[in-house]
Design a protein around this ligand. Sequence first.
Ligand SMILES: Cc1cc2nc3c(=O)[nH]c(=O)nc-3n(C[C@H](O)[C@H](O)[C@H](O)COP(=O)(O)OP(=O)(O)OC[C@H]3O[C@@H](n4cnc5c(N)ncnc54)[C@H](O)[C@@H]3O)c2cc1C
Length: 383
Amino acid sequence: MPNDKNNTHTDTAVEIAGAGPAGLAAAITLARAGRQVVVHEAHKEVGHRFGGDFQGLENWTTEEDALTVLEGQGLTTDFNAMPCHSGTFFDAAGNRHEIKSNETLFYLLERGPGPGTLDSALLRQAQSLGVEVRFNSRLDQMAGEGILAAGPRAADAIAVGYHFETDLADGFWAICDNELAPQGYAYLLAMNGKGTVKSCMFSGFKQEKLYVQRTLEAFQRLVGFEMKNPRPHGGSGNFRIPESAYSGPHPLVGEQAGFQDTLWGFGMRLAISSGVLAANSLLNGEDYDTLWQRELKPQMDTSVVNRALYSLMGNHGYSWCLRRLASSLNLRKSLRRQYQPSLPKRLLAPWARRRHESQRKDVTCDHIDCHCIWCREACCDHA
Ligand SMILES: Cc1cc2nc3c(=O)[nH]c(=O)nc-3n(C[C@H](O)[C@H](O)[C@H](O)COP(=O)(O)OP(=O)(O)OC[C@H]3O[C@@H](n4cnc5c(N)ncnc54)[C@H](O)[C@@H]3O)c2cc1C
């Protein structure tokens, strides 16, 4: 391992590119240890690309509750988080599958710059510890010690739809149907009179509009919700397990490294944990690759296998899967098992990795004459 990765320079500020969950978690960890930190954020505010999106902080990859884990990492939990235990899934034939869990399955939270969001809470904590956050400051090169936390570099999946106001009761609904969300799932989330409806697709990006339209029609038919003041929203996710998560001497964290839940795109916890690990590697002179490969890679490897299996299933397979999920009394426990490394999943890993690689070269988005969310964002943000 090169020495320059592990030198600690305590007299100069650590620079961080990106004020997402990964960058802010890293900044907070460093500041709590007494380091000077400057975070550069390309946009004028935190969570700009999410602007009021609802997301689930998954609660199944660790035995310990997700919020307790955050507290253990020294991070704030002072944001609105609605514990979700049960919800409704539909298969392609419109059959309902009610799923439930004795323990919280995920916490529904809001992303973006507004009050009560995860992003605002992390920003507040970072600033209260003395972190300097420079907005409208794009950092593309780093001279000294720093961490790259600039979000996705490619689109392996996109989630597109609307934000809206609604009379719908709080809750979540999802549809597993390749005609609505190829190899992914369509979802509807509602909390406190606001909602989001999306098609999360892993293929077919060029037909984004068609899938969003079908998703809307399906939820209107199956759940009967009305959108008030709908605003289009979408984004992309980058799933990759790198050989090394360094760029030169600088650790890459969150989706900048490709760290994601390849099965379903629940990337927030991986982003946060990788930020904390990268900060610890700078503080303690440890090799970051060793840390994330020990703490995060086993779960990500399993998630790649889960994705490969899921993408083979088709609508009949999804339906079978949903029946199984609905028969589980403690879904949190069942999902936890699915995300744990096991001998069969280790054996399937090389096949799954090859399959996932080829999915990333998905010809349904060749960037030519394509107006999917990734191609739209790429022209202004990622080029
Ligand atoms: C529509 C959608 C729904 C999702 N739903 C869920 C969910 O339900 N649950 C879940 O766990 N995850 C979900 N995710 C994934 C989750 O949002 C990401 O995994 C997580 O935000 C990654 O955090 P990050 O800090 O790595 O990147 P980001 O949150 O993207 O933050 C990166 C930041 O860096 C800034 N930036 C970029 N370039 C530069 C630069 N050069 N200099 C300075 N700043 C820069 C960006 O403006 C941005 O603020 C969803 C993603 C999308 C798109």
